[in-house]
Ligand binder design. Structure first.
Ligand code: AR6
Length: 197
């Protein structure tokens, strides 16, 4: 079952909330900061104990790690690291000679595998939740804040991955599993509602 709600993910009494973390996994701004503040110091200490895979990196982009939720109403926090959405500026104008007026820059998305990495965040978080017996999980809009991923594109990936994950389960298990898209803004809610209509 998929639900969309607007609000603060730290208040949700679900089995697991997902944190849009960074690779260091020791807190930050946005939803990450809110989760660490609400969970308390023990969350920071649990994150410190997550082994580094490379110096300073506990969770590479697209992967997920799990800790208890400590003071949160959620039992677990699943930390995942979304991709930073990068853009380059490229000249436009094609075959036309570039006069002063056409030599302006146009924003063109650069391909760094961002869609695949964002999809992996959802997939790996769902798998980790299932491995830990979670029947309910809430996601924030990963990568769409500080990391700059356009919400429409990110939400399409999120919905596709969750639907594919649920479709691979039998009907009863899929019905029993609750996946919540927890949006901070009404705009983000509207984007998800359109996609799930
Ligand atoms: N509940 C639900 N959603 C929230 C909350 C909340 N309490 N607070 C913010 N959001 P962001 P990112 C929404 O920037 O883009 C951190 O510094 C927010 O409105 O938190 O993946 C990490 O340490 C947006 O829709 O995550 C990383 O360095 C969404 O959560 C970096 O930011 C994600 O925004 C990760 O950036």
């Amino acid at each position: 079952m998929i639900k969309i709600i607007q609000g603060d993910i730290t208040t949700l009494a679900v089995d697991a909330i997902v944190n849009a973390a960074n690779q260091v996994m020791l807190g930050g701004g946005g939803v990450d900061g809110a989760i660490h503040r609400a969970a308390g110091r023990e969350l920071y200490e649990a994150c410190l104990k997550v082994p580094e895979v490379r110096p300073g990196i506990r969770c590479p982009t697209g992967e997920a790690r799990i800790t208890p939720g400590f003071k949160l109403p959620a039992k677990f926090v699943i930390h995942t690291v979304g991709p930073v959405y990068r853009e380059i500026t490229a000249p436009c104008g094609g075959s036309r000679p570039m006069g002063k007026r056409t030599r302006r820059a146009e924003r063109v998305p650069r391909q760094h595998g961002e869609p695949e990495k964002l999809a992996a965040c959802y997939r790996n978080s769902l798998v980790l939740a299932a491995e830990n017996g979670c029947k309910s999980i809430a996601f924030p809009c990963i990568s769409t804040g500080i990391y700059g991923y356009p919400i429409e594109d990110a939400a399409k990936i999120a919905v596709r991955e969750v639907e594919e994950f649920l479709a691979a389960k039998n009907a009863k298990d899929a019905e029993e599993m609750e996946v919540v898209f927890c949006c901070f803004s009404t705009h983000d809610v509207a984007v998800y509602e359109r996609l799930l209509k």
